[in-house]
Design a protein around this ligand. Structure first.
Ligand code: ZN
Length: 337
């Protein structure tokens, strides 16, 4: 943890100021071991292996902890970086561009292994804070500790240790895995400064009926309960089928006869991932099978979320015809969490 993170922290229980009570181990700018404490209610939180721990998985509700454990394992085992991440990330947060990050204080809700946190930092944000509940914070910290403007915090999205200090908050691919996606979105929105912005990307209900009908029951009853190592092996079979279909059919047909490709099943999405390599496609399949919780959000419900936080200038869009992205401005009116 870098000392400059302190200016953004605020007690998740009482809203009081948080100070560094002790630092027993440091390495240049990083406090590796120490303790934080609230000046009002005297709550304390440890800093372990460079990461302030506002939530330990054991103390959060069982369903949230299960999600965090599954994804934490995944992100510690799939650590490949991919240049396509950048294009993918920009597509999820469109119309936001790299220039938008310049001189902003940014929060990522659910940073996983920190790949978007890193991009935001490289694009010129003053500070980027990546929050995650899972053990993926270990990977995220290792991946970002050399970047002076990145901070990784282990915390629950529903009990964030920050006041409304952010110019921009984003969350991609996370809210639909929370037990209450709308509540998570509202909690993130409540940390945006008046006049600041928020982006969210979630799975869509529309066009994903085949997943909700066929994949979800399998995921809920079987795959999310399996040992992740076993699932990793098992998921190679559907991943191989998808890989073959994208390389042999969706890729070539979209290049040669786009008019015909339009009629292929789930074409927009499979076309988009046709250029991905094996590991990336395997990750996508594994991701869909490992999650204990996954909601598919309808356009109407997603629109409601934005109305509820009182956002203005909201731009929502359908991404790959299977998910929703949104971007909006938080008005000066206070949001109730
Ligand atoms: Zn407090």
């Amino acid at each position: 943890m870098k000392g400059r993170l302190l200016q953004y922290l605020s007690c998740p229980t009482c809203g009081g100021a948080i100070i560094l009570a002790s630092a027993t181990e440091s390495e240049s700018e990083e406090i590796l071991t120490g303790q934080l404490s609230c000046t009002s209610c005297a709550r304390t939180w440890p800093i372990v292996r460079g990461v302030p721990r506002f939530a330990a998985i054991e103390t959060v509700a069982k369903d949230k902890a299960a999600t965090a454990t599954s994804f934490g394992w995944q992100w510690q085992h799939f650590t490949q970086a991919d240049e396509r991440y950048e294009q993918q990330f920009l597509a999820w947060i469109a119309p936001v561009t790299p220039e938008f990050f310049k001189d902003k204080i940014v929060l990522e809700g659910g940073c996983g292994k920190g790949r978007h946190t890193q991009l935001a930092a490289r694009w010129g944000a003053i500070d980027v804070i990546g929050v995650d509940l899972s053990a993926a914070v270990e990977t995220a910290f290792a991946a970002t500790r050399e970047l002076p403007n990145v901070h990784i915090v282990q915390a629950d999205i529903y009990a964030l240790p920050f006041a409304a200090v952010f110019d921009y908050v984003f969350s991609v691919g996370v809210l639909h895995h929370l037990p209450n996606p709308r509540g998570g979105f509202k909690s993130l929105a409540s940390r945006v400064k008046p006049g600041g912005h928020i982006s969210a990307w979630v799975y869509g209900a529309e066009n994903n009926e085949w997943i909700t009908r066929w994949v979800n029951p399998l995921r809920e009853r079987l795959t999310s309960r399996m040992n992740p190592r076993t699932l990793l092996q098992l998921s190679k079979l559907p991943a191989a089928m998808m890989f073959a279909a994208t390389k042999l059919i969706y890729g070539p047909v979209n290049r040669l006869t786009p008019g015909v490709a339009r009629h292929l099943f789930y074409n927009d999405y499979l076309k988009a991932i046709a250029n991905f390599g094996w590991r990336e496609q395997h990750t996508i399949v594994f991701d869909h099978l490992v999650a204990p919780t996954a909601f598919y959000i309808s356009r109407a419900e997603f629109a409601d979320w934005w109305r509820e936080i009182g956002a203005s200038d909201v731009i929502t869009g359908w991404h790959n015809r299977n998910s929703w992205r949104g971007f909006g401005r938080i008005s000066s009116k206070t949001i109730d969490d």
